[in-house]
Write a protein that binds this ligand. Structure first.
Ligand code: NAP
Ligand code: HSE
Length: 429
């Protein structure tokens, strides 16, 4: 007997998934055992790029999650509500869930996974992070014997596209963002992408899997790319770096068992494996013992890529349903219940790049050096690089320092009569 799917959403991801499921020849034979039973949409009048009988499509999504015939609900509608309620209702009705919804999982994962585990059901989410890149299943399975210490990702395609074009063409942020929207990479409201929030949702999910503890989204520090200027990109280039929006989760926080989970634009050394990930591509570098480093690279968004990930989750569930074993496979579930402790960003130890505009007076560099020294901030380099009108431009790169100390030094510097402004502060990998 076939496995019946109820698909919630027939947009980019839903359409790609239906098209893939309907094109089974040459792919895994289990695909032939899947029946697209109901598909839920908002607007029944919209033209669709799929070949489905009209009676399969409905605007009544509750009727899908309550349909006793359906085995698996595929939630590809996005948003928080009603996606959350529909997934919970599906689980309460004994259905497994596949979702691409990082926003809902990063916020309501605890509730959704608790409900699933109590019912002995699976919630699969390969498409939620990295689009078509397999990274969720590798963290649950192939890498699960490792002690992972750091996950570092470029996991937002829109911002990587913007930064890549700013770097290669010398264009400004606002111009490239407008192009990204015109080309359909960025959302009409690009806030979640540009302000680092989408990457924050995704790194919370990866951190939870890598370190086996739940993550409170409000503990994830997120800083976006709006402030990255062409001047900083040029300095990065001169100093041997590229600027990337990195999402980082690490347990290497000095002398504590806390994690650091954060998203921010970062000076990445040109020789680092993530420095060459350009355009809308994503990559995730996982570091642990004994594996060392392993990097996943590929398309982070788009219909085909995301459909590949969604359908691989569906196949895993079809295989589980066919195996007929009552006990859930621990390599497919997310069972951790405790919350990880997250260190505040002020505890981060990192190198920093900062750019200052100051009056062109003698002794200014000395005053900056004194302020840094007052707060235990040791400098790798400090140079006056040129002029902005009447103002001198001074660029500083620090050694590893505690962020709290660095911020205190900046506050003291800001109060100096000779200092006009501090237009840029970026962390250095
Ligand atoms: P989309 O193109 O906007 O499609 C959303 C679909 O859901 C549409 O078919 C829409 O119906 C339906 N829908 C939304 N709200 C609904 C409601 N309240 N009631 C009924 N139907 C509703 O979105 P998408 O790009 O496919 O993204 C879907 C999910 O995948 C999101 O969680 C997203 O974050 C995630 N994701 C997307 C990508 C990507 O490349 N696009 C990559 C990774 C993950 P209508 O068609 O009638 O409007
Ligand atoms: N807006 C997301 C991005 C889509 O740009 O990466 C994929 O999650």
């Amino acid at each position: 007997m076939g496995v019946k799917l109820g698909i919630l959403g027939l947009g980019t991801v839903g359409t790609g998934t239906v098209q893939l499921l309907q094109d089974a020849p040459g792919r895994h034979p289990l695909l032939q055992e899947i029946e697209i039973y109901r598909v839920g949409v908002r607007s029944l009048d919209k033209p669709r790029d799929v070949n489905l009988p009209s009676e399969v499509i409905t605007a009544d999504l509750e009727s899908i999650v309550n349909d006793p015939e359906i085995d698996i609900i595929v939630e590809v509608m996005g948003g928080l509500e009603p996606a959350r309620s529909l997934m919970l209702q599906a689980l309460k009705n004994g259905k497994h869930v596949v979702t691409a919804n990082k926003a809902a999982i990063s916020r309501f994962g605890a509730e959704i996974f608790t409900t699933a585990n109590q019912a002995g059901l699976y919630v699969m989410l390969e498409a939620a992070v990295g689009g078509g890149i397999p990274v969720i299943q590798p963290l649950k399975q192939a890498l699960s014997v490792n002690r992972i210490h750091t996950v570092t990702g470029i996991i937002n395609g829109t911002t990587n596209y913007i930064l890549t074009r700013m770097q290669t063409e010398g264009s400004d942020f606002a111009d490239v963002l407008a192009d990204a929207q015109r080309l359909g990479y960025a959302e009409a409201d690009p806030t979640a992408d540009v302000d680092g929030l989408d990457a924050g949702d995704k790194i919370a999910i990866l951190a939870s899997l890598a370190f086996g503890g739940r993550i409170r989204l409000e503990d994830v520090y997120c800083e976006g790319i709006r402030q990255v200027s062409q001047t900083d990109i040029a300095y990065a280039e001169k100093l041997g770096f590229v600027i990337k929006l990195l999402a980082i989760a690490t347990n290497r926080v000095s002398d504590t068992s806390e994690l650091s989970v954060r998203v921010h634009p970062t000076f990445v050394p040109k020789v680092h494996p993530l420095a060459s990930i350009n355009g809308v591509y994503n990559a995730i570098l996982v570091e642990g013992e004994p594996i060392g480093q392993v990097m996943f690279f590929g398309p982070g968004a788009g219909a085909g890529a995301t459909a590949s990930a969604v359908t691989s989750d569906i196949l895993n569930l079809v295989a589980a349903l066919k195996s007929n074993t009552a006990a859930p496979n621990p390599l497919l579930t997310c069972r951790h219940e405790d919350y990880s402790q997250i260190a505040p960003i002020s505890h981060l130890v990192s190198r920093f790049y900062a750019r200052f505009l100051t009056k062109d007076q003698s002794g200014v560099i000395g005053k900056l050096g004194t302020c840094f020294g007052n707060h235990c901030v040791s400098l790798e380099s400090i140079v006056q690089t040129g002029f902005h009108g009447e103002l001198a431009e001074i660029v500083v790169v620090t050694h590893d320092v505690r962020e709290g100390d660095f911020r205190q030094a900046l506050a003291e510097i800001q109060s100096l009569e000779a200092v006009d402004s501090i237009p840029s502060i970026l962390r250095v990998l």
